[in-house]
Design a protein around this ligand. Sequence first.
Ligand code: ARG
Length: 368
Amino acid sequence: MPSELQEKVETLKGRYPDNIAIQCFDSVYFNTLSDDHKRRLQKCLNSGVENPDSEMGCYACQPSDFDDFKPFFSKVLARHHKVSENARHVNNWDLGSLEGLPADGKLDIAKLGLPPLSMRVRVGRNLREFALPGSMTQNDRIRLENRMMAVFDKLIAMPEFGGAYYSLTPGNPAFIDDNKYNELVDAHIMFKRMDTDRYLTAAGIAADWPFGRGCYVSEDREFIIWVGEEDHLRIMCMKRGTVLNEVFDRLKSALDLVESIEGMEFAYSDDYGVVTSCPTNLGTGMRASLHIALPNLTADGTDAKAKAIAKPLGLSVRGIGGEHTPIGVDGTLDISPSARFCITEAEILAALYKGIVLLKDAEQQIET
Ligand code: ARG
């Protein structure tokens, strides 16, 4: 007998051609699964079924989901990342292995005539030992936060990463009130409430808010770790400057350090690299971005023109307030390479540098 999920997905298939999870769901494959695996795969698809306007339409809920449900996820990944169904991911942070970059390896946008800009590199990471956020219990979320607090104690003692942890968990020694929370959100340090995001809510990722949620911030406010957002950890470095390597290298050393601490085993897949909740982030989990004012390309008050030019360059454009936010009043946009999977970390950074060169040219051409 077909399950409730199968019936729902089959009725949505014709009406939502852009929902990747719904389009990749195969009843024949689903029927080969054990009851337990059926329940697990069903959970992954819940967000996309409840929100049929989703573009991706699924989230992994266990670190092994991408491997355990490979016949489904390989199709999803192929479709979103435009790779083959047997694609394998390789991680590599070494910029020296790339061609076409400045000889000294320094990706300095000042050499392109640009002023200091806000640069940011983030990665998603999950701990192998815990369910992914979509399947965590409230107790799991608190245990994970406590595990991280032991790591933060180590970071606090180090001059290069020292800072403070802020928790939203009632009863946590680092608990902060709403005022402090809002202040950190306004300063772009802490993440926004997740329970207003209908995709994350349907996925179970926003559940138990605000338990197990918090952020670590370095003294200089340029190194941040989010705890309990879409991935267990979002680790990022940001800075206003011109040398992209500065944020990239600092992030890499922070990651190596965190990963060397006992109990910090990150989740990896043999074929797919870094495991993240959302298949859009799989592989590197990395997003490298710059905030750049493009007044000519945004003269009509929208980002339509910038998007049209950026897309063939492999760049995504969004507002500076995060995903689904409008452009800044002065035409400031957040630009980042779209690829995360089957591309190396080094290639992502290089793509940002090369993309900025081309966007800047497009902006100047309008001027002349
Ligand atoms: N689940 C949403 C969708 O399928 C968002 C996916 C990408 N965004 C993200 N934050 N993972 O359209």
